[in-house]
Design a protein around this ligand. Structure first.
Ligand code: FAD
Length: 341
């Protein structure tokens, strides 16, 4: 007998289900199966500072709150699953290639400092001490102590392990009876009528000598943006394109753009093996903030996390599980599905 059905077994649905089980409920997760979710492409940057842009204050509060919850979430899940998530708190560096890039980056750093985010501007010499593989052309950068990373594929594997038989393969075409959490990413639109749209993203995976990069690198490169996320085994995730499209085509131009930016910053990456190109779609809403809350009798939505679903996983799981058992956190107010009614 199921108390709650969760539709969608991506990183959000699985973590909500895990928190519901911990609250004593019997949960069934219905997922179309495989790796079609956005989590499969996600780099796993946990970047409350790097993702803080002008405006969007309630979302920034939610990003920060979720970042605060990541260390405990990762420790608890690793322990329960017996699985290393590669949760890494080394920090990130912003890096600007040209003078214009540096001017753009400085405007953002000033704004982030106003919002009490830890941003420490660095001269090129100090930057290269932190990241010796950076090109000598790099003009400057900053250290972001609170921007971390995790491997989303390992998080999903761990959540699947702890949930076991509670996860069932099924493509849902209409909402089930009983208490239901809709966490179906892009599938949420067809199931609920909410305006969740696909935002196409391409990431590349490279593989080479471990340790060439020590931090997540956010690059401003001749007006283009690129990020490099190094894992301890020598993998480097290079991302990401962002287009208002729903297709899965990997174009030569988008691969070229990412690789050119990446190797402009870190020339040694040209020697790495290109092991994977992967396209998925960010589930995004008209204001690019998630929809979190009740939609009707017995139906709760947790979707539309756009660029930050991995970062927002712990706070979403806690708030939605609490909501299902009757505790309404004030943080939810700004993200109500009702704002699109
Ligand atoms: C290229 C790229 C890079 C990204 N990088 C980052 C990053 O560095 N940091 C970060 O925080 N976020 C990142 N994101 C965003 C993040 O991946 C998403 O916000 C997050 O995956 C959303 O989680 P979700 O579980 O809601 O949706 P998804 O991960 O898309 O999962 C949805 C699940 O629902 C299932 N489903 C859909 N419809 C149905 C249905 N009808 N019936 C049953 N099951 C269904 C799908 O199969 C899937 O398993 C990135 C995204 C992309 C595309």
């Amino acid at each position: 007998m199921t108390d709650v059905t969760v539709v969608g077994g991506g990183i959000i649905g699985l973590s909500v289900a895990w928190r519901l089980v911990q609250r004593g409920l019997t949960v069934t997760v219905l997922d179309s199966g495989g790796d079609e979710g956005a989590w499969y492409a996600a780099a796993g940057m946990l970047a409350p500072a790097g993702e803080t842009a002008f405006g969007q204050e309630p979302l920034q509060e939610l990003l920060l709150e979720s970042a605060r919850r990541w260390p405990a979430f990762a420790a608890e899940l690793s322990l329960e699953a017996g699985y290393d998530l590669r949760f890494d708190t080394t920090g990130a560096v912003d890096v600007a290639l040209t003078g214009d890039d540096l001017a753009e980056a400085r405007r953002l750093w000033a704004y982030r400092e106003l919002r009490d985010l830890k941003v420490r501007p660095l001269p090129p010499s100090e930057l290269r001490e932190l990241e010796p593989a950076l090109s000598p052309r790099v003009r400057g950068g900053a250290f972001l102590a609170d921007d971390w990373q995790v491997d989303p594929r390992r998080v999903v594997a761990a959540l699947r392990a702890v949930l076991g038989d509670a996860v069932t393969t099924s493509r849902v075409t209409s909402l089930p009876e009983g208490v239901t959490v809709v966490a179906a990413g892009l599938g949420t639109a067809a199931l609920t009528g909410l305006p969740v749209r696909p935002v196409k993203g391409l990431v590349l995976r490279l593989r080479g000598e471990p340790g060439v990069l020590r931090h997540v690198v956010n690059g401003y490169v001749d007006g283009r943006h690129v990020y490099l996320v190094p894992r301890s085994d020598g993998e480097v995730v290079v991302g990401a394109t962002q287009e208002e499209r729903a297709d899965f085509t990997v174009t030569a131009g988008s691969v070229l753009e990412l690789l050119r930016s990446a190797t402009d910053l870190v020339p040694e990456l040209a020697e790495f093996e290109l092991t994977e190109t992967v396209v998925r779609h960010r589930p995004s809403t008209p204001d690019n903030a998630p929809v979190l809350g009740p939609l009707g009798a017995g139906v709760v939505v947790a979707a539309g996390h756009h660029r930050n679903g991995v970062l927002l996983t712990p706070v979403t799981a806690d708030l939605i599980a609490d909501l299902v058992v009757g505790r309404v956190d004030p943080l939810l107010a700004a993200f109500s599905p009702g704002r699109f009614a």
